[in-house]
Design a protein around this ligand. Sequence first.
Ligand SMILES: [Fe+2]
Ligand SMILES: [Fe+2]
Length: 385
Amino acid sequence: MKCQSPVHLRFSEDGKFRILALGDSHEKIKFTEKTEDMLRLLNAAAERLHPDAVIFMGDLVQRENEEEGRRATEDEMFEQVQRLTTPFTSRGIPVGIVFGNHDGDPPAEMKKDVFALFSRIPRFLNTDESGVTGVGNCFVPIYDSKDEKMLFNLWLLDSGSGAQDGRDGYAWVDDDQIAWYENTCDAITAENGGVVPSIFFQHIPVCEEYRLLRETTILNPYRVKGMAMYKGKYFTRGPDLEGYLGEGPAVPAKNNGQFDSWKKKGDVIAAIFGHDHMNRFQGEVDGILLCQTQLTGFTMWGDGLRQGVRVIDLDETRPGKLATYMVYYRDFFGTKCKSISPYNLLSDRWHINFKNTLGVLGVAAAAAGIGVGAKKLYNIRKRKK
Ligand SMILES: [Fe+2]
Ligand SMILES: [Fe+2]
């Protein structure tokens, strides 16, 4: 199975390979101090973490200028692409992407135009020759340091936008994409004399993330609302979830069997997702590590100082294994941040869901109020006696 990526990835001589997954950037046409903060984060990540490759996890750039009621020009689009990628391309680091639901906002065909702009940057990892639903679906092998053997594989998949049947919720990966993955995986396995351990990158998380959560009815600062087929229920972190759960995973409206397909093929050791701006957790489900990446951009809601990047470390002496963790803006710069809001600072300080905490405090205050009222009433009645 010939890889069509124009970039050849291999482990460095010390036997290490480091990937950075960069959560939603939501870059805007207009350069503001929010862009400045994001660029500080991206430059620090490139300079201090020394990645061998980076993958942007979708919801990348702005095409509609809502404020001015017009579409961005090609130059404005390319400026945004360059802002995101220059911190890496200027250091010779290859860049890949997966498209997010906002990249596919109507008209969807513009995704092809955005892909063409990314294709102009040096050492761009993706190709767009899968011939199936979506743009930029591809696989990228990583060879050993001697450049003899394919040791790992990276899958980059476009997970779509809204639900295909119009119902409330996000898109599911289509049947033809699953078939393409399975057929390509079979070919890679046959060519390499066995399954090649793989990491899957896509924007929208799989429904199986809910298996890392525990349903709850009790209001507490860590409770989140379920989404899509889990709507109407509340959840909190389960015992296998490591990291921070800041919102209910925004999964597809229907489970189309993508996770089962990974299990059937046996190559996927980890899957990395964007989309959930406030989630930065990881946890293993049926032997596959599911990882959420926090936002890297500052233009959308988020914890501000916890905007960050996910590090994925591979070692050629440990095939099929990886180490992964988040590095945050605050790890580089503390609380020095131009676009941080007081809300972000409070949220960062306590590292909790602020809205839920207000809810808990509200219930406690109401309970205290009822208690005081009842006591007053009891005293009045006692005096009357
Ligand atoms: Fe997003
Ligand atoms: Fe998204």
